[in-house]
Write a protein that binds this ligand. Structure first.
Ligand code: C2E
Ligand code: CA
Ligand code: CA
Length: 553
């Protein structure tokens, strides 16, 4: 065996010489003490030949637990007689890090005992730095060094996974694009830079991301009042740019995890919505949804909870608003409107109540209740020789039931109310759905055949389409109060209302103006030959008892 080695010795020497040219080579004894290094190693590690001898394998790694553990692992494998190969972080004599690909080979001589170790290394620092740079571009905003959107999402998801509570703060610099008009692109960068510094100073150890040209997100533990104070801080430290001082303000939204929202997307959307509200209010505001919307949320669920028992215990009330015919000046109709006063909730307006009832399905109960009351009143008036129509507002949700028309007719029969004395008011959303869904259309048609009239409510505010009037059994149209309110102030509105009236009449529809509040409005509507009027100027909603008194009943 020995003779074989001697035989190949010149070739082995050649191999060794070539290897030493390309690799950093180190030889250590079985305790890891360095006994030999080549020039390549010394050049990269900045050791001198004298000083490095006797230093240990471990001393070539950074003196950090993580790296020392790695060194232990490698050495453990070598002790077991297995070579090791991989990338490691090492340290120069002066403590600077460098990265190598290392192959460590154990030399075993007798009784399977480790005799010594040889390592071959290639310097990979340049490669590593490029990789780091790429990582930075992928995770950080290159202009400010802050996290980018991608990194923010990752960070938020990590916090959520750990169930750590935090405030998600979205901030946009107000009027950023007009700020820029006065300045060059260079100063745009300066503004962003100065703004970033102020964010870092104010939010201390918060995590900050830049997610758009002038949009930032901060994840912080600070309280709402502190976050809201950021605009004051900006005022105290304005940004000096090209010898002028720039007062920068922000619009923002604060959403808390887990109280307000519990996913990254929801946090982001809610915070942006809050900030948009702040911008609409003129900017320089950071809106905290945690209190305002929380109260609203609580109120909403309380309304939802109490509604059923309120209906069952007949705590809801119906009031009636008169409508007069323009030509005769007589009250021909009353519109039924729901009212709810609760000890705890106070007044719950229909605009608040109806959407909640539509959501929790109680809208059918409300519709039934209002219609029953309306039918009873119409029947009473009719018996007294006053055939007055009562209008009832109807939600399209009530017609999800395919037999709503039968239920309606049952209610009228029980109250002995002729169908001709009931009018159903529908919105454009209702009309839209009725066109789409055969069942709704069919029920409308059957009710119409029984004598019930349909009026299209809030005309002009929704999809405003004259198409419905051709395709659906609608005979009346109520022009929304929005148009009536600007009749006297906008000539254009007057022309628009005139157009609506003329067109509807050409289709044999009866046109009503709602929300008439002044004499001036009434005069114009007379001029435009409206068919009927409704509104506070004509008469406010009154109770059933008051209606009966009006007719001396
Ligand atoms: P709507 O059908 O357009 O009813 C007219 C609304 O305008 C009523 O508000 C009425 O009180 C108000 N109003 C009447 N005259 C004037 C006026 O001169 N000026 C102004 N500014 N407002 C006037 P209310 O009672 O708060 O009802 C709001 C909406 O809630 C109703 O709008 C209707 O869409 C819905 N609603 C009310 N009761 C019911 C109901 O029993 N069922 C359903 N599904 N919806 C209802
Ligand atoms: Ca109405
Ligand atoms: Ca209306």
């Amino acid at each position: 065996m020995f003779s074989n080695y001697e035989q190949f010795k010149p070739e082995l020497l050649d191999i060794m010489v070539q290897l030493e040219k390309f690799y950093m080579v180190t030889h250590m004894d079985k305790h890891g003490s360095i006994t030999y290094t080549n020039k390549e190693f010394l050049a990269v590690s900045h050791w001198t030949p004298k000083r490095v001898l006797g230093k240990t394998f471990w001393q070539m790694f950074p003196d950090i637990e993580e790296n020392q553990q790695e060194a232990n692992q490698i050495w453990g494998q070598l002790l077991n007689g297995k070579p090791w190969s991989g990338s490691v972080k090492k340290t120069t004599r002066l403590g600077k890090s460098y990265y190598v690909k290392m192959t460590a080979i154990p030399i075993i001589r007798s009784e399977d005992q480790l005799f010594s170790v040889l390592t071959f290394e290639v310097d990979m620092t340049a490669d590593f730095q490029i990789k780091e740079k790429l990582k930075k571009i992928a995770f950080f905003d290159y202009e400010t060094g802050l996290m980018n959107r991608h990194n923010l999402e990752k960070t938020v998801n990590q916090l959520i996974a750990k169930k750590e509570s935090f405030a998600f703060v979205y901030l946009a610099i107000d009027r950023f694009y007009t700020l820029q008009d006065f300045h060059s692109n260079e100063s745009r960068k300066e503004i962003i830079h100065a703004f970033t510094n102020r964010l870092k100073r104010y939010f201390q150890n918060g995590q900050i991301a830049r997610i758009g040209v002038n949009e930032f997100v901060i994840l912080t533990q600070f309280g709402d009042w502190f976050i809201e104070g950021f605009n004051d801080f900006l005022k105290r430290y304005p940004i000096d740019i090209q010898s002028s001082t720039l007062a920068i303000t922000t619009s923002g939204g604060i959403i808390r995890y887990p109280e307000n929202q519990n996913t990254y997307t929801n946090l982001m959307n809610a915070a942006i919505t809050a900030a948009q509200n702040a911008t609409e209010l003129g900017g320089e505001k950071i809106i905290c949804l945690s209190t305002a919307s929380h109260k609203a949320l609580n109120r909403k669920s309380l309304i939802s909870q109490k509604l059923l028992s309120a209906i069952e215990q007949e705590q809801l009330q119906v009031v009636y608003q008169p409508q007069i015919d323009r030509q005769t000046g007589e009250t021909t109709l009353y519109e039924a409107l729901i009212r709810w006063n609760d000890d705890e909730l106070g007044t719950v307006s229909p605009d608040e109540l109806i959407p909640i009832a539509e959501e929790n399905g109680l809208i059918e109960n409300i519709g039934t209740f209002v219609l029953t009351e309306a039918a009873e009143l119409a029947a009473t008036l009719n018996k007294a020789g006053k055939p007055i129509v009562i209008a009832v507002n109807t939600s399209v949700r009530e017609f999800i039931s395919h037999t709503r028309n039968k239920q309606i007719m049952d209610i009228l029969r029980k109250a002995s109310c002729p169908p001709q004395l009931i009018q159903l008011e529908i919105t454009e959303i209702f009309a839209f759905k009725a066109e789409e869904e055969k069942s709704i259309f069919r029920q409308m048609k059957q009710l119409k055949d029984e004598g019930i009239e349909f009026a299209l409510d809030d005309f002009g505010t929704g999809y405003a389409s004259f198409r419905y009037m051709q395709s659906l059994p609608i005979t009346k149209l109520k022009i929304d109060k929005l148009f009536i309110h600007s009749l006297t102030t906008h000539e254009q509105t007057k022309q628009l209302v005139n157009g609506m009236i003329q067109f509807a009449k050409s289709m044999n529809m009866y046109v009503i103006a709602e929300g008439v509040e002044t004499e001036a409005q009434e005069t114009i509507l007379h001029e435009l030959e409206i068919d009927a009027l409704q509104g506070y100027f004509i008469g406010a909603p009154i109770t059933q008892k008051q209606v009966l008194t009006t007719f001396q009943l």
